[in-house]
Structure formats: C-alpha cells, structure tokens
Write a protein that binds this ligand. Sequence first.
Ligand code: NCD
Length: 355
Amino acid sequence: MTDITWNDYAALPLEAKCQYLARPEGDGMPYHTLFAQQFDREILERLCALANRIRFINKSKEGALYLKSVLAHKRAMLYFSQPSSRTFLSHLAACQILGITTGSVRDAATSSEFKGESHEDSIRTFSSYFDMIIMRSPEKGLAEKMAWELSNSDRPIPILNAGSGKDQHPTQALLDIYTLMRSFEKNGGIDGKTVTFCGDLMRGRTVRSLSYLLTNFRNVRQVFVAPQELQVPADVVMVLAKKGVDFEVTDDLKAAVKTSDAVYMTRIQDEWDSAKGASAKIDNGRFKFGAEELALLKSDAIIMHPLPRRDEIATCCDNDPRAMYWRQMRNGMWIRAALIAATFGFEKTLMNCGY
Ligand code: NCD
C-alpha cells in the first residue's frame, strides 16, 4: 500500500486491492484483514488448520502457557465504535490465548473523538501504543482508509476489520467457514453443499462476506430467502453470476430448508432504517425458523446464526444437535486467534511446535 496513492488504490476492484493487503513476507497470509475477497481456498484451509492446532495446544496447561508466551511481546487495540458482544469478546479472548495485552475503546464518547478528533488522528494515536488495531465502525470503508493511512505512516501496524457498516465482516465469515468445515468434516467438506441465507440479506454484512467466501468451494449452491425489501443486494448477485455460482433468490423458507445443508438465519438490521420503525412494517413472519422448519431440516444439516438473535430462531430449536450457533460463536475465538497469529507471522511456529 506504500507505492500507490489513496485515490489510485481506492479506484481498484477488490481483487486487485488484495496484493496490497498481504503480508510483505509473501507467505500468502493477510497483513490487513479488510474484506472476504482476500481469502482464497488455500488460505482458508491453512487458517482452519491453524485454528484446530491452537485449539488442541490450548487443551493442556503446558500448551496453554506456551500459547500465552507466543505473542506476549505484542499489544492490540480493540476500537469498537458500534455495539458488539461476541466479536469484541472473542477477539479479546483470542488475544488473551496468545498472550497479547489489549486496550479498548468501545464508545467514541469516551475518546478524544468526542472532542472533535478525526478518525485518522485517533488511529495514529493508537498506533503509537499498540501493534495491531481491531476495529468495528458503522462506516463502510473506514477500516480500509485507516489501513492505507497506517501503511503510509512511520509506524505501520495491521488492521483487522471487525465489521464495517453494512458492507463486510470478514472475521465473522472466517468463523462461519470454520464452523461449516468442522460440521461437514466427516461428510465430504463444504464442496457440493447447499447454504441457505434467510432474514435481512440487504443490510447483513455477514451475508455478503460469507457468500463471497463460499465461492472458493466447488459446487456450493446458495439460496437467499427474504422479504423482497430485504433481499440480497445486487453487488452480491453480480459476483455470484460472474463466478458461475448456482444460486436462487426466493421467499419460500420451508422449500429451501428441505434441500439445505446449512441454514444461516439473520436478524432484521433495523438500526439502519432510514425512517424509524420502517422495518417493523415489513411482513417477516415467513422468515423465521421454528418447530415446523426443524421438522423439515435434513438430519445431517445445521442451523447457523451470527447472533445476536431476536425471534428469527425459536428457542425450541436451541437444544437440537443441528443448532450450531453456540459452537459457531466459540469457533470465532479459535479462528480469530489463528488469524491474529498468522498476521504476526506465527503460523509455522505454531504448526510445527512440539505440542
Ligand atoms: C453481526 C454483525 O455485527 O454484523 N453480529 C456479529 O458480529 N456476530 C450480526 C448482527 O448484528 O445481526
């Protein structure tokens, strides 16, 4: 990112931007993690293998203490100017597993941004004290702009995008892929599976990022079930069409459930409503997963949700072995630990250590 101006960089298509975001060491791992397009199948498989490895090492006290020593010389800043429970806590726990010390701002009102400081100045301040910034923002593209600024500063440090407006949520998509890989481990992997997305596909950033990551696998069919007003946006459809992915846009959840290997439910993202209460006027009664849908679901299929949930998955599904959303949440901690370790260049060390 140092040999290109912001305007030239910003004008590039996402695929062309990726070369500027990888680790300069050339091991293929990301330096800045900004969007899902940075991850191809090989990198996804390496990250999932690393997450498995970290999970295994962490099982014994000796292993856990070793992990805590690996990045004990690093500090990370969690800069979250949008609400978060799981993404914040799982990144925090991932840092703790690797021995990284953390600082956090969770509310711009408690930082100097409240006094009128620009995002650029805030980020530069964080980079003076920390070695990585994990950030969530309501603004599409802010993490990317900050990554460029930092790369061109005298203290370049990596940025992990933990959610950028309605646009992308790449680390959530990584944990979703890790969950799918683990769930289908003994059942042929992700290739050939049907993944159904349901809910607010228009504004759900996790949907855009995961839909893209799934295009790295062979013959994965994607089904989008939503009320018309909240259907999957045109840019996602265009990517799928261009890549020749088999996909369907529908409003029939029951029919989709019957043929799905994974059903990915999402919440109505009403915080983005332009007029207060606009989402409440949308009839979303048919876009909820309850006892009837559970009865239609294949015995080896899974139910996913990035969480938080409202009523789009009935609590009667929670103890069904196919309800994967609780494990999905914990998988987030392991894959984020893997991503952070790989970002700092510790993939080989961990894969080859004696534990
Ligand atoms: C999601 C998000 O923030 O986009 N949550 C998460 O990170 N687990 C989904 C949501 O808020 O509905």
